[in-house]
Design a protein around this ligand. Structure first.
Ligand code: 2AM
Ligand code: CA
Ligand code: CA
Ligand code: CA
Length: 266
């Protein structure tokens, strides 16, 4: 497949994302059934499953040879032997969806032979779509995103959930506290995908999470590739496309400076 094919597939995916977002917005007018998953702050709703199901059906119909990986595990496919995989988070920021009806996203990525080809992150309530095809630049709606420039740590604004500062038995904890002390500001929006789209578009200088899964970051990495953003685990290891790990993304030299501190203090 060439770049033109990926652009066409992206256009199809954008139509599905917009249709899914209409379903999400309509559901906000109804009572939504909410359950907890691994912990009281880990929520899932009927809409997470419904939207994942919607994408699975579209992909099975249009691309029967493609594999599918979604957070809610609707598809039981084995994807080891397929070249092309869709990695989807039907609602990123479910807690925001339930409690705030704001700051949640749909994240859709397509990877081919391990390489990110398409990345879409849709900020549903603000109608802002971050989108990229590998090699074709990243966009925020119609605006092409520029290459990321540098920032000093003392002027950086980072995205970080305050809960990660509480794990005081963890080796990374003193450095996280140090970083929070050194940067100009810390923000927490509650949607990892959106926060990484903010890094790609320069609104945040970095974003850290101690545990994310492929559906949280797959689309964001495609965007970051197009703007020269860097990403790795907090210890600078490459992110494995089918595994959970810590994630740190940021402007290139800022990323490097922070990682070298983490590695140094490990
Ligand atoms: P989710 O809403 O799709 O679950 C919340 O700070 C951010 O972390 C969200 O992007 C959320 O994605 C993600 N996240 C990943 N794993 C999580 C978990 N086990 N519990 C809560 N949020 C999680
Ligand atoms: Ca979830
Ligand atoms: Ca998520
Ligand atoms: Ca989710």
């Amino acid at each position: 497949m060439n770049e033109l094919d990926w652009l066409k597939i992206k256009q199809m995916a954008i139509i599905w994302v917009k249709e899914a977002s209409n379903q999400l917005k309509a559901s906000l007018l109804e009572t939504i059934h909410v359950e907890t998953k691994s912990s009281p702050d880990d929520l899932v709703t009927e809409m997470d499953r419904k939207i994942e199901q919607y994408f699975l059906k579209k992909i099975q119909t249009n691309f029967p040879t493609h594999a599918f990986l979604g957070e809610e595990g609707i598809s039981k496919d084995e994807h080891e032997n397929q070249d092309t995989i869709w990695i989807i988070d039907p609602i990123d920021g479910t807690t925001n969806f339930v409690h705030q009806q704001y700051n949640f996203a749909i994240s859709v990525a397509v990877y081919h032979k391990g390489e990110g080809k398409i990345g879409l992150i849709y900020d549903v309530m603000n109608d802002v779509l971050y989108h990229a095809v590998a090699g074709q630049g990243a966009y925020k709606n119609d605006e092409r995103l520029e290459l990321l420039t540098e920032v000093e740590i003392s002027k950086a604004i980072i995205g970080l959930n305050a809960r990660w500062l509480l794990n005081d038995d963890q080796p990374y904890q003193p450095l996280l506290v140090h970083l929070v002390d050194k940067v100009r500001g810390v923000r927490s929006y509650g949607s990892a995908a959106l926060e990484m789209a903010y890094v790609a578009s320069g609104r945040l200088d970095g974003y850290i999470s101690l545990k994310l899964s492929p559906w949280d970051f797959a689309a964001a990495l495609v965007l970051l590739n197009e703007v020269g953003g860097c990403y790795s685990t907090i210890y600078g290891e490459p992110l494995a496309m089918l595994q959970s790990s810590s994630v740190f993304v940021g402007r290139p030299q800022f990323h490097e400076a922070v990682i070298s501190e983490f590695v140094h203090r490990r």
